[in-house]
Design a protein around this ligand. Structure first.
Ligand code: AVJ
Length: 320
């Protein structure tokens, strides 16, 4: 691995991702064991997430895509032509073209920490939208990003679909929204996907599908730890669980110990009691009010909101 794809990843002499190791060792040492959700997305995890978007119970991707298909002319009217669309994350081959077709942008700027995903998405979009300037930027969008000179004079539209904002606790989500505002600048707009609060049984099924794809996605984190951090976690002794936390309005994914466990990770020993969990993801769900409150706290004023026909998911347009 010698190319600059890995520029944003800090490896030690053994090729171990330092940030992954320190997040895992710290997270497994807490009273409530917890590992940041970003580590779910290695190659296997990213593939499994793609599979999740196809399962019957997982409605968010279908619902958001329906909104993008159905509301093209409403977006065009509310957003207007000639903006540089800055997508936070490297873009999906389905959602991004729907938006670009609807609003007649002046440029497309995908931002992603992974150079591989970024270049693939940029090439795909350039081929679909001949004549549209595409300027991929390899960067961590949790920090302020310097946008390319070519789009400096254009008004921007940030695009952050998927309810990825829901994976952050409110403090982190607020920081990110403020950082996005700094990246995008005065006069910018933001189109952001936010999943809605609904029946806990529907939510729990969406995050614990009958085919077990989400369970595999969660268990892959334990496998990744074993693979990359010389771990001995007995993966067959962990069970996937999706829980609705009503106080915090979020679905939580946990890995639950099916017996008393003892294992090693990167030379350190950890124990789990029977029934103890590792908390691996939060997926916050929003009401009309809570989405407005979060956006306003992040420096954005909501100006329009669209739902799918099943009223499961929202796309919100906000102004800086
Ligand atoms: C794409 C990160 C928003 O929280 O719904 C899907 C990830 N986790 N099933 C979500 C996910 C379990 C997904 N996000």
């Amino acid at each position: 691995p010698s190319n600059n794809d890995l520029r944003l990843v800090d490896l030690d002499d053994d090729g171990v991702d330092r940030a992954f190791r320190s997040d895992v060792l710290q997270g497994l040492s807490e009273d409530q064991k917890a590992i940041p959700a970003r580590w779910l997305y290695d190659d296997a995890g990213s593939g499994l997430f793609e599979d999740i978007t196809q399962v019957e119970e997982y409605y968010p991707t279908r619902a958001e895509t329906e909104i993008l298909r159905a509301q093209g002319s409403a977006f065009a009217e509310a957003i207007g032509p000639g903006r540089a669309v800055v997508e936070f994350g490297s873009g999906s081959s389905v959602k991004t073209p729907l938006l670009l077709t609807a609003i007649d942008p002046a440029a497309y700027v995908p931002l992603d920490i992974s150079g591989d995903f970024l270049r693939a998405a940029a090439a795909d979009l350039s081929a679909k939208f001949l004549g549209l300037p595409v300027h991929p930027v390899e960067a961590d969008f949790m920090r302020r990003v310097e946008l390319p000179d070519a789009i400096a004079s254009m008004p921007n539209l940030g695009f952050f679909p998927g309810s990825t904002i829901g994976n952050m606790v409110p403090r982190t989500a607020t920081d990110l929204l403020r950082t996005m505002r700094e990246t995008l600048g005065e006069g910018s707009k933001l189109l952001i996907g936010m999943d809605l609060v609904k029946e806990p049984t529907v939510l729990e099924a969406a995050y614990d599908d009958a085919k077990g794809v989400t369970a595999e996605f969660n268990l892959n984190l334990a496998r990744r730890i074993n693979r990359e951090l010389a771990g001995s976690i007995p993966v067959d002794q962990l069970r996937h669980e999706a829980r609705w936390n009503d106080d915090f309005a979020r679905i939580e994914m946990h890995l639950v110990a099916q017996s008393a466990l003892s294992f090693e990770v990167a030379g350190q020993t950890f124990v789990m009691a029977h029934g103890e969990t590792i908390h691996t993801e939060n997926s916050h769900k929003f009401t009309r009010r809570s989405s407005s409150t979060l956006l306003l706290a992040g420096g954005w004023t909501p100006v329009a909101r669209w739902l799918d026909s099943g009223e499961q998911f929202s796309l919100i347009l906000a102004e800086a």
